[in-house]
Design a protein around this ligand. Structure first.
Ligand code: TTP
Length: 627
């Protein structure tokens, strides 16, 4: 869902860095003889040569497109090298790409706040670094400027293709009388070029980047000049940039919201939106989305770069098209076993390496009915608290599937027609770092039955469930974007017959509904002119507060989200070892140790409680230990 946030400042320096034909580059590094050769990476199945998921720039010149299958690519470019994605457990194994992405992130994060947005995309907030550079060594004081910076594309300079391109860019970079915001962007361009060179040196990968005053514009710019180039968006160029930009090209408008703007309002370019007042857009799309659209038309976007070097979620999925569609429960279970085993391994690695715990398991499926009377109905995604261990994951995933299937087939009870599953995935989300200084929690965690670990460490599960139901239910009152920068791994989204592992947030997106009213609760709104106040509906508490107030017996009922699905024994079992503490007694230092999102929520909700917090030792475990 697009979230309208006030522009925190129009002089931030934000970069979006996107790797060029990423999987191809990873394969070319493995096999250096492929460098400079037309190359593409294909899904591992052999049907018509497999679906292309990444196409190198040499092959693109020859007319090869990602929408093609291997056989077609060979026709267009007979000398193309088709590299098959590695396979494990009968499905694509993306680990080498994930790890390569991590290498890049560790380099890019050296200069500022870094948000890993997908397997090959990163946002950077370089404001501090740019301000420092401007103060200490402003570009105008430099005798020489690196070629890579001079090759930058600066929107509005109209120098592209000009023989004097570098001279013109140099003048812009060193303009003493320039707009102060441009000077900061010029510093951003210097920093990003240096980072890109470091990435190339240390990983052998090239990347492209956009440098602007906010994330939205930076993302838009990074794809404008590829490969291995960077594009700067000065404030003065924004209007012109957006004026003719097709609405669907704007981030979050590639899907149903963008289609609605086109069909219902006749808005074809972002500039066309300018003729609508904020009130009108709010009337049509709800307060929050309306404000977001109004801001977007003006190139305004207050979204912060989040400090996040690790994925937001882990997912494992597979597509079953045509004759391979699954039609029996046992075949679904067999595949869920594979998927859960893979997911479990990744969760374990995340836990060991990054000390992070996932709290929610979600099952997504795509299905159709063999006697199709209700073809538009979607298989409902289902979530429950996540329990560690492949066996527990499988048990829960099967229950979630059955629960979803019942709802999908016929809520009235008639299940006479058959079904086929064309896509299946399990996702672990709400991943939270174990707060530092909480060794006692970790010890406690390790001392438990592996099957119960997650429940015991998931004090927020109850409330997360209701959030997730809202988030994933997809039935009403939700609105989303189709193109997510939070996707982590990628699968063949376009043409492939066998797709593989993914934690693409696309799958996690709430679905657009024409009825958008209930997401637009005033509490969610951050309009341009109002700072968000942490107000709460009377009688309604936030997730953490609700948890804090939940007593142990309530917390045993973890599976209400399954909506009639059968409860597993272990889910009902957790009536002991529950968490219990009193809000008034929470120590300030303990709150400081909590993960940021929980901490912020607490502060926002309990401003007055803060003053009353009682000092009770420094260990979080003191409060959060089981009875
Ligand atoms: P992209 O960044 O979309 O594309 P790219 O890096 O291949 O090429 P470009 O230079 O145009 O940015 O995707 C990153 C990787 O994600 C890509 O190399 C392969 C993988 N991917 C899939 O697995 N399935 C998909 O449908 C897409 C779009 C990408």
């Amino acid at each position: 869902m697009p979230v309208a946030r006030p522009e925190s400042s129009d002089s931030r320096v934000i970069a979006h860095v996107d790797m060029d034909c990423f999987y191809v580059q990873v394969e070319q590094r493995k096999q250096p003889h492929l460098r400079g050769q037309p190359t593409a990476v294909v899904q591992y199945n052999s049907w018509r040569g497999g679906g292309l998921i990444a196409v190198g720039y040499e092959a693109r010149k020859d007319g090869v497109k990602r929408s093609m299958r291997g056989d077609e690519a060979k026709k267009v470019c007979p000398q193309i090298h088709l590299i098959t994605v590695p396979v494990a457990r009968g499905k694509a194994d993306l680990n080498i790409y994930r790890n390569a992405g991590s290498e890049v992130v560790s380099i890019l994060s050296r200069k500022g706040r870094c948000e890993r947005a997908s397997i090959d995309e990163v946002y950077l907030d370089l404001t501090d670094a740019a301000e420092k550079l401007l103060k200490e060594t402003p570009p105008e004081s430099l005798e020489s400027i690196h070629e890579e910076v001079l090759k930058s594309h600066v929107l509005g300079l109209n120098s592209n293709g000009d023989d004097n391109h570098k001279e013109i860019v140099k003048k812009w970079l060193q303009n003493k009388n320039g707009d102060p915001r441009d000077k900061l962007l010029a510093c951003g361009a210097l920093i990003v070029a240096e980072l890109r060179l470091q990435v190339l040196q240390e990983t052998q990968f090239t990347c492209s980047a956009g440098i602007a005053h906010n994330k939205m514009l930076a993302k838009l710019a990074s794809g404008m000049n590829k490969p291995a180039q960077q594009t700067v968006v000065p404030f003065s160029s924004v209007k012109e940039l957006l004026e003719l930009l097709p609405i669907k090209k704007m981030k979050q408008l590639g899907g149903k919201l963008g289609s609605s703007l086109q069909v219902d309002l006749g808005v074809n370019t972002v500039g066309d939106l300018l003729k609508y007042s904020e009130e009108k857009l709010q009337d049509l799309y709800g307060v929050n989305t309306g404000t977001w659209l109004w801001n977007t038309a003006r190139g305004m976007n207050g979204e912060e770069v989040e400090e996040r070097l690790l994925p937001k979620s882990h997912a494992s999925g597979k597509t079953f098209r045509g004759p391979s569609a699954l039609k029996t429960l046992s075949s679904v279970e067999n595949w869920l076993k594979e998927l859960c085993e893979e997911l479990s391994e990744r969760l374990q690695t995340d836990l060991e390496t990054n000390k992070r715990i996932a709290h929610t398991l979600t099952l997504h499926a795509d299905a159709y009915k063999t006697t199709d009377t209700d073809s538009h109905k979607k298989f409902p995604s289902k979530s429950c608290p996540l329990r560690y261990g492949a066996g527990k994951l499988l048990e829960d995933a099967v229950n979630l599937f059955q629960c979803g299937l019942r709802e999908y087939m016929n809520p009235m009870g008639n299940q006479s027609c058959g079904w086929k599953i064309t896509n299946l995935s399990v996702t672990a989300s709400k991943i939270i770092a174990i707060p530092s200084g909480t060794s006692s929690i970790t010890k406690y965690f390790h001392s438990q039955d592996p099957g119960e670990k997650s429940d015991l460490l998931s004090p927020l599960n109850d409330s997360y469930q209701s959030e997730l139901k809202m988030e994933f239910g997809g039935e009403q009152g939700t609105i989303t974007h189709d193109e997510s920068e939070t996707s982590f791994d990628r699968i063949d989204l376009s043409s492939g017959h066998e797709s593989c592992s993914t934690s693409n947030q696309n799958e996690l997106q709430p679905k657009l509904s024409t009825k958008v009213t209930n997401i637009n609760h005033p509490n969610n709104i951050r309009s341009n002119s109002h700072k968000r106040k942490p107000t709460k509906e009377k009688g309604k508490t936030s997730s953490i507060l609700r948890f804090l107030q939940t007593n142990s017996s309530q917390r045993g009922q973890t599976s209400s989200v399954m909506e009639g699905g059968s409860l597993t024994k272990s889910q009902n079992r957790q009536t002991t070892n529950t968490w219990d503490y009193n809000l008034d007694e929470i120590d300030q230092s303990v709150v400081e140790e909590l993960p940021r999102e929980i901490r912020e929520e607490l502060y926002a909700l309990l401003p007055r409680k803060k003053a009353n917090m009682v000092k009770r030792g420094s260990s979080i475990a003191h409060y959060f230990s089981p009875k």
